[in-house]
Design a protein around this ligand. Structure first.
Ligand code: C2O
Ligand code: CU
Ligand code: CU
Length: 531
């Protein structure tokens, strides 16, 4: 387990405790307006796992500025709607795309671009608690704002969903996704400055799948045997409505982390999935705001991870216990053969999340998993022209309550400091001085994890000197593929290496704990032309 001590505590306690700890307030948390729902009182496994619909294009259009290029055009409208998250709960008010949470899955192939018009058709007021003291969420801004980012997409800057490029209801933005990248499970989600955590919590997210010929040649389980699995933790009240905690300070409702006790899998609590006794492929996304998932099958069964954020791993990695930080993806193969007639529970830590019902029918002999999947050549460290040391810092008030989180001791509005040259390779040393693991994400690029190493925090904080206290830890086997989000563990320097290719322009890098990202743990960066 890599969780920092604080996160471990936070995620291990029940509802009330979780609230108090999430706010780091020793006193009782602010009471819910309506009584909270204890998910343990719900009958589990009564709703089938929904599969998000695949988005349908409405014709083809010319890419703006590229007259010769015509690509499929999609229009996805963000709307408020009601959905049943469990058989025995009243419908839940949510935000989504069309009337879907998760939104429709966009499907394409490597090199086949597409256009999406992201239309904001949300109502005029937000149903979650905005903190107007947070940068970018001031009271003079419209309450409801949205801008969509394709997480993991190699996208021109104007289509990346820059957090300040939000727009109000009635407006829309059309983005071009070239998809000139390897097969991978990407996802789209809101990225609005200052209220991103609330918009995503309300439901503004969906999957975006890129396929390619390398993947085709592996003959992995496909069609009805390939299942998307979007996992998000939430809290509900007894009326089945989403609850998002607030701090005890009415002028600053922001909380530093969120740990819910109810897990939505493709939008349902405790779903079940009927499977045959054969191999299935699951594209798993941790779409939670803050929670690190720790996935395992309750029968102790081993499964295989074949892909991570940016596509296939070099080889399948056997796992019994899979840690996924917010925004990380895992492509896994679960083999149910030999388990005919059984019911297998998928858990995260001690939470039972869903049930697989394995049928007793006979199915064709098992197809074995290829021994190697895709070559992932390591970027030589010597090719890096620059190494940056970037501190991850938590600022606390005098009674040790987090006030904000910083990257490189800078705020969002400070001048740009990370300005890699187009096509150059850089190493980023993420120096985590805090007590929490932070999932750090870079837009535009894919990177590799080099290693991690413990350091002496006091020496670093007082004198700025990096003093290592442990040996280099190599990446985990399931971190040997291309990544776009990395777990930077507490008290460690996590080194990543990337080539900044694709486009010149302004992007962002940030912690993907949305509560942190919203409160200054996000920085612009700019890819520049060498002068
Ligand atoms: Cu998942 Cu900046 O995004
Ligand atoms: Cu991203
Ligand atoms: Cu963080």
């Amino acid at each position: 387990m890599f969780f920092g001590r604080r996160r471990f505590l936070k995620q291990s306690v029940a509802l009330t405790g979780a609230l108090a700890l999430a706010q780091n307030v020793p006193k009782a948390p602010k009471a819910l307006a309506r009584p909270p729902l204890d998910p343990a009182t719900l009958t589990p496994f009564v709703d089938p796992l929904p599969i998000p619909p695949v988005a349908r294009s409405s014709g083809r259009r010319t890419v703006p500025g590229q007259a010769a290029l015509e690509v499929p055009y999609y229009r996805l409208a963000m709307r408020q709607f009601e959905a049943k998250v469990h058989r025995d709960l009243k419908p839940t008010r949510m935000w989504g795309f069309g009337a879907n949470f998760p939104g429709p899955t966009l499907e394409t192939r490597s090199g086949q671009g597409l256009l999406v018009e992201w239309a904001n058709e949300l109502p005029g007021s937000h149903f979650l608690p905005i903190d107007h003291g947070i940068h970018g969420a001031e009271a003079d801004k419209p309450q409801v704002r949205a801008v969509i980012h394709l997480h993991g997409g190699k996208v021109p800057p104007g289509s990346d969903g820059y957090p300040e490029n939000w727009y109000a209801p009635g407006q829309s933005a059309t983005y071009f996704y070239p998809n000139a990248q390897d097969a991978a499970t990407l996802w789209y989600h809101d990225h609005t400055l200052g209220i991103n955590r609330l918009n995503v919590y309300a439901g503004l997210l969906g999957l975006f799948v890129i396929r390619d010929s390398v993947e085709d040649s592996l003959h992995l389980p496909s069609k009805e045997y390939e299942i998307p699995l979007v996992i998000c933790d939430r809290m509900f009240d007894k009326d089945g409505q989403l609850y998002y905690p607030v701090s005890e300070n009415p002028r600053g409702p922001w909380v530093s982390e969120f740990a819910g006790d109810a897990f939505l899998l493709n939008g349902k609590l405790f779903p079940y999935l009927e499977v045959q006794p054969r191999s299935y492929r699951f594209r798993v996304l941790n779409g939670s705001n803050s929670r690190f998932l720790d996935l395992k099958l309750a029968n102790g069964q081993e499964f295989h991870q074949i892909g991570s954020d940016q596509g296939l791993l070099p080889a399948p990695v056997p796992v019994k216990d899979l840690q996924l930080a917010p925004a990380e993806r895992a492509d896994v193969i679960i083999d149910f053969s030999g388990h005919g007639g059984q019911q297998i529970i998928l858990k995260s830590e001690s939470f039972e999340m869903m049930q697989f019902r394995v049928s007793g029918e006979a199915v064709p002999a098992r197809v074995s998993l290829p021994a190697s999947l895709r070559s992932v050549p390591r970027i030589p460290e010597a090719s890096a022209i620059r190494t940056r040391e970037l501190a991850l810092v938590e600022i606390d008030d005098p009674v040790a309550r987090p006030v904000r989180m910083l990257l490189n001791n800078s705020r969002w509005s400070d001048p740009i400091t990370e300005n890699p040259v187009l096509n150059s390779v850089e190493i980023w040393n993420l120096v985590n001085t805090s007590d929490d693991s932070h999932p750090i994400h870079l837009h535009l690029v894919r990177f590799q994890v080099l290693d991690r190493r413990n350091f002496e925090r006091f020496t670093y904080q007082s004198r700025g000197v990096l003093q290592f206290t442990g040996p280099l830890t190599p990446p985990e086997p399931n971190e040997m593929g291309w990544k776009d989000t990395v777990q930077a563990h507490a008290g460690m320097v996590t080194r990543i290496i990337a080539r900044f290719e694709g486009y010149v322009g302004r992007y962002v890098w940030h912690c993907h704990i949305l509560e942190h990202e919203d409160n200054e743990m996000m920085r612009p960066y700019e890819v520049v032309i060498d002068k």
